[in-house]
Design a protein around this ligand. Structure first.
Ligand code: CP
Length: 312
């Protein structure tokens, strides 16, 4: 595999899940594969899980990870073509990506959307600039529209926890005070569409995700109806896609409660705001699998890096 930038890069989800589970059983089985190879992790935004689990994945493969907080520590990067750089940006992506490619055998990038310009965000200008101007494989650690390492993790976690051949999985919007990206919800939707699950989405009016992502997935505006017979409730806030990047609803009645989800397993990518997105009683119950889910970030990243290293 050359790059891992989207759920579409997964050619066979069932095989990938089994491979990731095997890596989890024996994380150091491929410790020589990444010997003398360097993974550069570039963060334009904050992270706890992605930053640590992707480094852990690299170490499990014998790679040397190096990390940079690009927004805080590097020169301001210019992405525009032909820009007269007399503003705040000091270095063009053409030089930056080419230079980092000399230090790193694989580059992983996290760059969130601005949520003010839909067209710009959907162009994935940061991620795609790295693909264009770097000479090494690129891994998406959450971009404007997708978080494919998280999506793969979520698929692994559902398979580990299901007791049914075809479980019902519900993606539910929940309230949040800030405008959040669509990336996690998009990638979760895309990966569920590849799996043998009954998948539905529930969100308030005005919060439908990009129809090019949701395709024919059923969307309920009645959360209670969506939750009927659910085996997994995956919760995430996202800002409006239609009224792009806006917070148009903070109705606390959409918060996830123990009463609402019954015996369904609770999932969230984390970080999560307690008693805003979900009440304590859910997160502190045996039905919450968020910690196991976060652990699986390591094996999802390790599988992706392994596939890239095997194609060198
Ligand atoms: N789920 C996730 O990507 O967590 P971080 O933002 O902490 O990396």
């Amino acid at each position: 595999m050359k790059h891992y930038t989207s759920i579409n890069d997964i050619n066979n989800i069932n095989t990938w899940i089994e491979e990731a589970k095997a890596l989890k059983e024996n994380p150091l089985a491929n410790i020589d594969l990444g010997k003398n190879k360097t993974l550069g992790l570039l963060f334009f935004n904050s992270s706890l899980r992605t930053r640590l689990s992707t480094q852990k994945a690299a170490l499990n493969l014998g790679m040397n990870p190096i990390v940079m907080n690009v927004s805080g520590d590097a020169w301001g990067i210019e992405f525009g073509d032909g820009t007269i750089m007399n503003g705040n940006t000091a270095e063009h992506i053409k030089e930056a990506a080419a230079v980092v490619s000399q230090y790193c055998d694989v580059i992983a990038v996290r760059a969130f959307p601005g949520l003010t310009d839909k067209e710009k965000d959907e162009s994935e200008h940061i991620l795609n600039s790295f693909i264009e101007f770097a000479s090494v494989p690129i891994v998406n650690m959450e971009s404007a529209t997708g978080h494919p390492l998280q999506g793969l993790t979520d698929a692994i976690t559902i398979v580990e926890n299901t007791t049914k051949k075809k479980p019902k999985v519900v993606l539910s919007w929940a309230p949040h005070i800030k405008a959040l990206p669509h990336a996690v919800a998009n990638s979760f939707t895309q990966v569920m569409q590849k799996m043998d699950v009954e998948f539905v989405i529930t969100n308030p009016e005005g919060y439908n995700l990009n129809p090019e992502i949701t395709k024919d997935t059923p969307i309920y505006h009645n959360q209670e109806e969506a939750f009927k017979n659910a085996d997994f409730v995956y919760t995430k806030n996202w800002s409006s896609y239609e009224d792009y990047g806006k917070v148009i609803n903070t109705d606390p009645n959409w918060m996830i409660t123990k009463e609402k989800i019954g015996n369904a397993k609770f999932m969230h990518c984390l970080p999560v705001r307690r008693n805003v997105i979900v009440e304590d009683a859910v997160l502190d119950s045996d039905n919450s699998i968020v910690i196991q889910q976060a652990n699986n970030r390591t094996y999802a990243a390790q599988l992706v890096l392994k596939k890239i290293l095997e194609d060198f």
